[in-house]
Design a protein around this ligand. Structure first.
Ligand SMILES: *[C@@H]1O[C@H](CO)[C@@H](O)[C@H](O)[C@H]1NC(C)=O
Ligand SMILES: *[C@@H]1O[C@H](CO)[C@@H](O)[C@H](O)[C@H]1NC(C)=O
Ligand SMILES: *[C@@H]1O[C@H](CO)[C@@H](O)[C@H](O)[C@H]1NC(C)=O
Ligand SMILES: *[C@@H]1O[C@H](CO)[C@@H](O)[C@H](O)[C@H]1NC(C)=O
Length: 297
């Protein structure tokens, strides 16, 4: 939740990137500060939250974890203003594409907008999409790998060179992508049986290599198919999986269920995950214009 909070703040500032550039401020360097005036929406009153994410409804009694905001070292972020957001994005379509982290971000943003407009102008449509009557549409598209999984006679194939849904995505005005957490899944949690790379079908391959190849496919698609003057693209960077307490000095801990406060400081104790470096490197070397994609690091 906390990480997500910062991301839509960053998205918001990303949309107002002139502001950030003008101040010459790296918004990713900073810390979490406790702020009594948060949260900016009440999840109990927001109709878009799926039940599995509604902690308060299902009995979580503390609420301090909702009261943090991201404070960059060298500037202040404008407080999120839903009315202004809707004014800037009037008539536009925004799509979050990726795994459940994208879903969480979609839910947070739609709840913020719902709250800002007192709910009156906001409608929820099928397939995780909402729109306001001033014409802003915010949609979520589930895609765990961005590249395609297709069912063939012999099984489900993860196709590292294929990105058919791009046809639909590229019609949006703002796209926010994310993929990572599913790449190391195995056994019943793995939703494919084979990998196809460059016409060759195999049972498996090095997952980091597969991830890199898929990102290259994605980057090629951005270059060749997306009109980046019209469509603003964000790529959400990699966040650590919260299954190894040793990474934050609590060895033996296997999940984040008892955690109530964000880490202090700007960096993760065990450093930048390898996948994050791969994303940065692959995007910067496979997309011809560095201005085409804004990487949320
Ligand atoms: C909501 O709708 C009302 C009436 O249609 C309009 O006056 C108001 O500006 C809208 N609010 C937003 C945030 O768009
Ligand atoms: C939602 O989208 C998916 C993928 O595009 C599609 O298969 C499904 O039928 C849609 N569901 C509804 C209710 O529109
Ligand atoms: C989290 O870890 C605790 C202790 O290790 C365990 O009892 C609990 O079931 C775990 N929760 C989830 C959701 O996995
Ligand atoms: C694309 O990224 C990969 C991984 O970072 C790199 O090895 C490759 O050289 C890049 N391709 C191009 C055309 O720059």
């Amino acid at each position: 939740m906390l990480i997500l909070a910062s991301l839509y703040v960053v998205l918001y500032t990303g949309l107002c990137s002139a502001y950030v550039k003008q101040k010459g401020c790296n918004v990713y360097e900073g810390k979490w500060v406790y702020d009594e005036s948060y949260p900016l929406f009440n999840s109990r009153k927001c109709p878009f939250i799926r039940k599995e994410f509604d902690c308060i409804k299902y009995g979580r009694s503390d609420d301090q974890y909702l009261k943090y905001r991201w404070q960059p070292n060298d500037c202040d972020l404008p407080r999120f203003d839903g009315v202004e957001f809707m004014r800037i994005l009037k008539g536009k379509k925004v799509i979050f594409t990726g795994d459940s982290i994208s879903l969480n971000q979609w839910q947070s943003l739609t709840c913020l907008l719902y709250t800002a407009s007192y709910g009156s102008n906001v409608t929820h449509e099928a397939n995780e999409s909402m729109s306001t009557d001033c014409g802003v549409s915010i949609a979520y598209f589930t895609s765990h790998y961005l590249v395609d999984i297709e069912t063939e006679q012999f099984g489900r194939v993860l196709k590292l060179d294929s990105l058919k849904n791009g046809e639909l995505w590229k019609q949006a005005d703002v796209l926010i992508f994310n993929t990572w957490l599913w790449w190391y899944r195995r056994g019943i949690k793995q939703p494919w049986d084979y990998i196809e790379d460059d016409g060759v079908i195999m049972e498996d391959m090095d997952r980091m290599v597969a991830f890199t190849k898929a990102l290259m496919t994605w980057a090629k698609w951005v270059d060749s198919d997306v009109n980046t003057y019209q469509t603003k693209i964000f790529f959400r960077g990699v966040s650590p999986a919260h299954y190894r307490g040793a990474e934050w000095n609590e060895p033996g801990v296997r999940n984040c269920s008892k955690e109530t406060r964000p880490l202090t400081g700007s960096t993760y104790p065990t450093g930048v995950p390898l996948a994050a470096k791969v994303v940065k490197e692959t995007l910067s070397s496979n997309i011809s214009s560095s201005n085409s994609v804004h990487l949320l690091t």
